[in-house]
Design a protein. Structure first.
Length: 176
């Protein structure tokens, strides 16, 4: 199977408050996100992470990454560069890109950490904005049914399939 996710921010305590995540502590958030990930992903599955997997984590990064099942493909986000210098990337990731265009077997998809107004293929899967709706570009972005937010806040705090991304984003675009 093929799954997508973004902006877990494992190890980032302040993200709980910033994005109004439903966790009481950093440990609860980390354990819930890892548990939800592993409840869906097997080591045979491919998972595309649209950036910001970890942030300021005090945990041993390699041990943290070993706990996450699946064949991981990282699309680098704005908070990834510092932890990437400390991790054994070849051990944990099948691929690392800043931007990727590929086919999921049905259509061509662009993967990028950042939302874009123009992209190659039929769909864009992005992260970065979490569950925020920035007034500078949200009015346009919400009309783009083919631009899909992979952030955990939009997708039940777990990796999702392409079909689930479409369903969850339809809800996200219509909620105030």
């Amino acid at each position: 199977m093929l799954y997508y996710t973004s902006d877990l921010h494992l190890g980032h305590e302040n993200i709980i408050k910033l994005c109004k995540r439903p966790f009481f502590s950093l440990e609860e958030m980390n354990e819930t996100l890892i548990g939800d990930w592993n409840s869906r992903i097997t080591n045979a599955d491919n998972i595309y992470i649209m950036g910001d997997l970890l942030f300021r984590s005090a945990t041993n990064l390699n041990e943290f990454l070993l706990r996450l099942k699946g064949k991981k493909h990282l699309i680098v986000g704005n908070h990834d560069s510092s932890w990437m210098k400390k991790a054994d990337l070849d051990r944990h990731f099948e691929s690392i890109d800043k931007f990727k265009v590929f086919s999921n077997g049905r259509c061509k998809i662009t993967l990028c950490h950042y939302p874009m107004m123009s992209f190659e293929g039929k769909y864009l899967i992005y992260g970065h904005i979490h569950n925020n709706k920035p007034p500078t570009f949200w009015p346009l972005l919400k009309t783009m049914g083919n631009a899909l937010n992979a952030c955990v806040e939009v997708n039940g705090y777990m990796p999702v399939t392409f079909e689930e991304l479409i369903e969850n984003n339809a809800i996200f675009r219509t909620t105030p």
